[in-house]
Design a protein around this ligand. Structure first.
Ligand SMILES: Nc1ncnc2c1ncn2[C@@H]1O[C@H](COP(=O)(O)OP(=O)(O)OP(=O)(O)O)[C@@H](O)[C@H]1O
Length: 344
């Protein structure tokens, strides 16, 4: 059952910037959905509209069937964690977490119980008396998460919550947040421009581009079966080659590949791991560079017209710089008019 329904929502800012355009999404109970897209694609604006920090220009947002489109943030059953956590520095951790509960006029004993439970949940049991500046960046971000969770929102909204943290900590917190989210079964909308974050955390990913959703699918489907060239190029590493199809044969940049679609222009998409290289005297590509990662190698290749593509190889020592090779795709997708026309 869907808890959050975003229907045909648009946001046009003063000055005419269209940040979000006719966006619709249903989020199921307990689901974690990532909004993934490049900078400026409208992710934060969309999240802020769900949280009530921004008003939609058009469209409706409902939670459990109730229209919340025009409600102020404090009247919504949502909890938002921002990129910069904005903890109250003059209060200790306990007071930061108790604040919202006090506003709700809960009895002191119950407040203490809830705060202690949520501190335990985020791995900060015993930190109640610390001042927030006595905490590390990761601990502060956990307090920010706890401050949202303690109010028991129906929907948790996370806006790049790990952006200010180093890579290692980010990976750890990613796992912790996913664990907590699954334990509480809390419906979550998560904004990120990091595809690793989205692929590792999400039940579903919304790939956003220029205020619109390009594809909504499970992470593995978004990766294996991108529906547009933008999604293909944005998620993971992908070689995109423009060309034309004639008599079921794709030609472009000196590559020739069977492609059983109607004649016309096409963009061929091939993952580096789906390109086989065969040393040949007058091959379609020339090896520009080989990078040996130990477990595998990555080969940069130049096609006839200078198009640079990448291939992943198991044994990089079999190849050498400057060598001429033929490239044989083992799995391809093809696109025309921004839509997938072939996959095989
Ligand atoms: N308050 C505002 N007034 C005018 N334009 C805005 C405002 N906030 C955002 N925008 C514009 O709306 C578009 C979408 O911005 P938004 O912050 O939602 O993108 P984003 O995908 O979250 O980007 P990032 O990953 O950089 O945070 C951008 O073109 C941005 O410049």
């Amino acid at each position: 059952m869907s808890v959050l329904a975003i229907s045909d929502v648009s946001k046009v800012f003063a000055g005419g910037t269209v940040a979000v355009e006719r966006f619709s999404l249903n989020v199921a109970d307990g689901e974690l959905v990532c909004l993934l897209g490049p900078s400026g694609s409208g992710k934060s604006t969309l999240l802020r509209m769900v949280g009530g920090f921004e008003q939609p220009s058009a469209g409706v947002i409902t939670i459990d069937g109730d229209d919340i489109t025009r409600l102020s943030p404090d009247k919504r059953p949502t909890g938002m964690v921002f990129q910069s956590h904005a903890l109250w520095t003059h209060m200790n951790v306990f007071k930061n977490l108790a604040f919202g509960l006090k506003l709700r006029k809960l009895p002191t004993a119950e407040i203490r119980e809830k705060v202690e439970a949520v501190l335990e949940l985020v791995g900060l049991a015993g930190y109640g008396n610390r001042l927030t500046h006595q905490l590390s960046g990761g601990q502060q971000q956990r307090v920010a998460l706890a401050r949202s969770l303690v109010l028991e929102p129906k929907i948790l909204l996370l806006d790049e919550p790990f952006a200010s943290l180093d890579q290692h900590l980010r990976e750890r917190l990613r796992e912790e947040v996913r664990d907590i989210q699954q334990r509480l079964k809390i419906t979550t909308l998560f904004v990120t421009h990091g595809q690793d974050e989205a692929l590792s955390m999400a039940d579903r990913i919304v790939v956003m581009r220029e205020g619109r959703s390009e594809q909504v699918d499970r992470p593995d489907v978004v990766y294996r079966n991108p529906q547009t060239p933008f999604v293909a190029g944005f998620i993971g590493s992908m070689n995109l080659v423009d060309g034309t199809v004639s008599n079921s044969q794709f030609s472009g940049a000196g590559l020739s590949v069977p492609l059983p679609v109607s004649d016309g222009p096409a963009t061929l998409a091939v993952r580096p791991e789906a390109l086989e290289l065969v040393v040949a005297d007058h091959g379609a590509a020339k090896i520009h560079r080989i990078t040996d990662f130990g477990s595998h190698g990555l080969v940069d290749l130049d096609l006839e017209d200078g198009t640079r593509i990448k291939a992943m190889v198991a044994h990089p020592d079999l190849f050498s710089q400057g060598q001429s090779v033929d490239v044989k795709p083992t799995a391809i997708a093809a696109f025309r008019d921004n839509a997938q026309i072939y996959r095989g």
